[in-house]
Design a protein around this ligand. Structure first.
Ligand SMILES: NC(=O)c1ccc[n+]([C@@H]2O[C@H](COP(=O)([O-])OP(=O)(O)OC[C@H]3O[C@@H](n4cnc5c(N)ncnc54)[C@H](OP(=O)(O)O)[C@@H]3O)[C@@H](O)[C@H]2O)c1
Length: 209
C-alpha cells in the first residue's frame, strides 16, 4: 500500500497461541511487540517473551498501548474479544487473523467489525499456516498474503505482511473476508493431504517471485 509504513509501530498481538507467537516472532525485529493475554504473568509465557523480545499485558492494556492490533484468538470468540476491546482499538488498524469452520454465513471479520465499529478492521494472516508466517518463500515461489477490509486496516496489514516477506494482494472490502475464510478451509484440507508447508500464490497480478 502506497506510503504506509508500520515500521517502528507498537503492535499488540492478542492471543499467545501458534498464530500470535509466529506473528510476534516475525514482527519483533522492526516493531515493538506486546502480547495481549488473559494470563500475561503466566510463567510459561516468560520463555516466549525472552525469545521473541516482546512484553505481555492484558488484552485491554496491550491494545490501549498499541498503534496496530492483530487479533489471533480462536475464531468463535473473536467478535466477543473484539467487543470487549472496542474502546481501546477505536481508530486503529485491527487485523483479524482468525478462522472458524462452523458454516456461519457471516465472516468472523465482519462480526469483529460489528463488535468494534470504530476500528479499521482488516482480514489477513488467515490463509496460510503460522509455521510459514516468518518464512513465506518456497522453492517454487513466494506465498501470497491476501488482505481485505477497511483502507487503513488493509494498509497496515499489507505493510506488516510485506515486511514478513509475503507478496501482498488486496482483494477488496471486508465483505470479501468470507472468501478468505473459505480459502482457509481449503488450506486446512490441503495441509491434511500435503502437510503444513503449502501456501497459495496468485499468478498474473505482479512481477512474479
Ligand atoms: N495455527 C495456524 O496455522 C493458523 C493460521 C492462520 C489462521 N489461524 C486461525 O487463527 C486463530 C488462532 O489460531 P491459533 O492456532 O493461534 O490458536 P491457539 O493456539 O488456540 O491460540 C489462541 C490464543 O487465543 C487466546 N484466547 C483468547 N481468548 C480465548 C478463549 N476464550 N479461548 C481460548 N484461547 C483464547 C489464548 O491466548 P491467552 O491464553 O494468552 O489469552 C490462546 O493462546 C484461529 O481462528 C485459527 O483458525 C490459525
Amino acid at each position: 500500500m502506497d506510503g504506509v509504513t508500520t515500521t517502528g509501530a507498537r503492535v499488540a498481538v492478542v492471543g499467545t497461541g501458534s498464530v500470535g507467537r509466529a506473528l510476534a516472532r516475525g514482527l519483533a525485529a522492526d516493531h515493538e511487540v506486546r502480547f495481549g493475554s488473559r494470563t500475561p504473568d503466566d510463567p510459561s509465557l516468560r520463555g516466549v517473551l525472552d525469545d521473541v523480545g516482546a512484553t505481555a499485558a492484558t488484552p485491554s492494556e496491550a491494545t490501549a498501548w498499541a498503534d496496530v492490533v492483530l487479533l489471533a484468538v480462536p475464531g468463535p470468540v473473536a467478535a466477543s474479544v473484539a467487543g470487549d476491546l472496542a474502546a481501546t482499538v477505536a481508530g486503529k488498524p485491527l487485523i483479524d487473523c482468525t478462522n472458524r469452520f462452523d458454516g456461519d454465513e457471516e465472516s468472523v471479520a465482519e462480526a469483529v467489525a460489528a463488535a468494534a465499529p470504530a476500528a479499521h478492521v482488516a482480514k489477513a494472516f488467515n490463509t496460510i499456516g503460522a509455521n510459514r508466517f516468518t518464512d513465506p518463500t518456497f522453492p517454487d515461489g513466494t506465498a501470497t498474503m491476501f488482505v481485505c477490509g477497511d483502507d487503513a486496516g488493509v494498509a497496515a496489514a499489507s505493510d506488516l505482511a510485506a515486511g514478513l516477506g509475503f507478496d501482498v494482494v488486496a482483494v477488496g472490502g471486508l465483505e470479501t473476508a468470507r472468501h478468505l475464510e473459505a480459502l482457509a478451509a481449503l488450506w486446512v484440507a490441503l495441509a491434511g493431504t500435503y502437510g503444513r508447508d503449502v501456501g497459495f500464490r496468485l499468478l498474473g497480478v505482479g512481477d512474479g517471485g
